[in-house]
Design a binder for this molecule. Structure first.
Ligand code: APR
Ligand code: PHB
Length: 389
């Protein structure tokens, strides 16, 4: 088999890249190790920046998003129960859209299936070869038969644990990483959200987040120690802990019920450099991870693939290497801007036992500064809604 671009991974990054290449008339095959149901079973964040919304519209996959997504003008911050609203629309004239990442993935999958573009699901032993030469290859096994794809380029869209980044020789790649000593315990519940907008809450017992998937389905999180397990968290224990971390009036109006999903996600900041190795490009979670505070993971992935698709279009249509040569630098600049913001929000809102009472006073000062300074609020708004200089 031969294709122009072999895409490893059918998460949001691989599927959006597939869609953009298809629109540009560039032939691509997606090779995914899991089944489509497994991919759709993963629950992740649900906030889209305006530029992500625009790109999904441009890709022609926005019909459901446009009818079911909910625009939010701002978010609420809570610090030991004191509330502060950040009104993005009033501060900088921008909004964000609440629409689950699982739904974005489903829309992209449906559009790919309808177009007949080739996706190989449940491919095992996926390996990439010769990306430092002119004719890279991808090999995999499907239903007991070995396959080989020859291609011009490989797009590593295979997430944090994928084979693409792992195939780069150690001496050619630098890793920058911070692993946080806690995770987020998240639940889904079929109850109306506690508030119209998201609430990011700091409390001495730990961080909490009130989010939503729709006007009838809510998503809540509490910070837990890295060693915690979901088995230790009955629904009652979760609701009691969440209430304890919220402003009392908000806690009072929380509508609880049996949870329909419960999982713990670790928190990590991670960047690989560079993001191009000959004819291999890294995008999305294969290239970088942000802690979920700020909901940037999917938005970064969408930004990466937009850059990569543009670069590949330039290569095929104009016979120019300029875009692919600029890819790594351009994506890394956006990555580090977004890493900084996600790290800052994480730092502001979580409890860090090791930083002691000094650390807590600094967090309070940071929160009070936001309350006192319109410029500080504007900065938060600009970053949360997606800063593109
Ligand atoms: N071969 C083929 N596919 C693989 C391999 C492999 N060796 N390893 C991983 N994959 C697949 C995974 O099964 C997954 O479906 O690659 C896909 C990667 O998807 P994500 O982990 O969702 O990563 P990405 O598409 O970069 O997502 C970016 O969306 O899913 C979120 O947290 C993620 O917010 C981030 C954003
Ligand atoms: C979510 O709804 O799952 C969500 C929202 C905002 C975040 C993280 C997760 O920052």
């Amino acid at each position: 088999m031969r294709t122009q671009v072999a895409i490893i991974g059918a998460g949001p990054a691989g599927l959006s890249l597939g869609r953009l290449l298809e629109a540009a008339g560039i032939d691509a095959i997606i090779i995914e190790q899991r089944s489509s149901d497994y991919v759709l079973g993963r629950i992740r964040a649900g906030v889209l920046e305006q530029s992500s919304v625009d790109l999904l519209r441009q890709m022609g996959v926005s019909q459901r998003m446009d009818s079911e997504g909910i625009f939010h003008d701002g978010v609420e911050l809570s610090f030991d129960g004191d509330m502060l609203r950040i009104d993005f629309n009033e501060l900088i004239g921008r909004k964000v859209m609440v629409y689950g990442q699982t739904e974005v993935t489903r829309d992209l999958m449906d559009s790919r299936a309808a177009s007949g573009a080739k996706t190989v699901y449940e491919a095992s032993d996926v390996q990439i070869h010769d990306f430092d030469r002119d004719c890279p290859r991808v090999t995999y096994t499907k239903d007991g038969t070995s396959h080989e794809i020859e291609c011009d380029f490989i797009a590593g869209c295979d997430g944090f644990h994928g084979v693409s980044r792992a195939s780069v020789p150690k001496h050619a790649i630098s890793i920058f990483e911070r692993v946080y000593p806690f995770g987020w315990l998240g639940v889904l519940v079929d109850q109306p959200p506690v508030a119209e907008e998201l609430i990011y809450a700091h409390h001495e017992r730990g961080f909490a987040l009130c989010s939503m998937r729709s006007l009838m389905r809510s998503r809540y999180y509490v910070q837990v120690d890295s060693s915690e397990r979901t088995e230790n968290w009955s629904d009652d224990r979760f609701w009691d802990e969440l209430r304890a971390r919220l402003n009392p009036d908000i806690a009072e109006s929380l509508k609880t019920g049996p949870t329909i999903e419960k999982s713990i996600a670790p928190l990590r900041s991670f960047v690989a450099e560079p993001l191009r190795f000959g004819r291999l490009f890294l995008t999305g979670d294969a290239a970088h991870i942000v802690p979920p505070t700020g909901a940037k993971g999917l938005n970064m992935a969408i930004h990466d693939v937009m850059e990569l698709a543009g670069a590949l279009r330039e290569y095929y249509e104009e016979r120019s290497n300029a875009g692919i040569d600029a890819y790594s630098g351009c994506v890394l600049a956006n990555t580090w801007r977004t890493e900084r913001f996600s790290w800052w929000m994480t730092q502001l809102l979580h409890t860090f036992p090791e930083s002691g009472n000094f650390g807590r006073r600094i967090q309070r000062a940071d929160f009070d500064y936001l309350g006192a300074s319109r410029i500080a609020r504007k900065s938060l708004a600009e970053n949360y809604t997606g800063f593109r200089p």
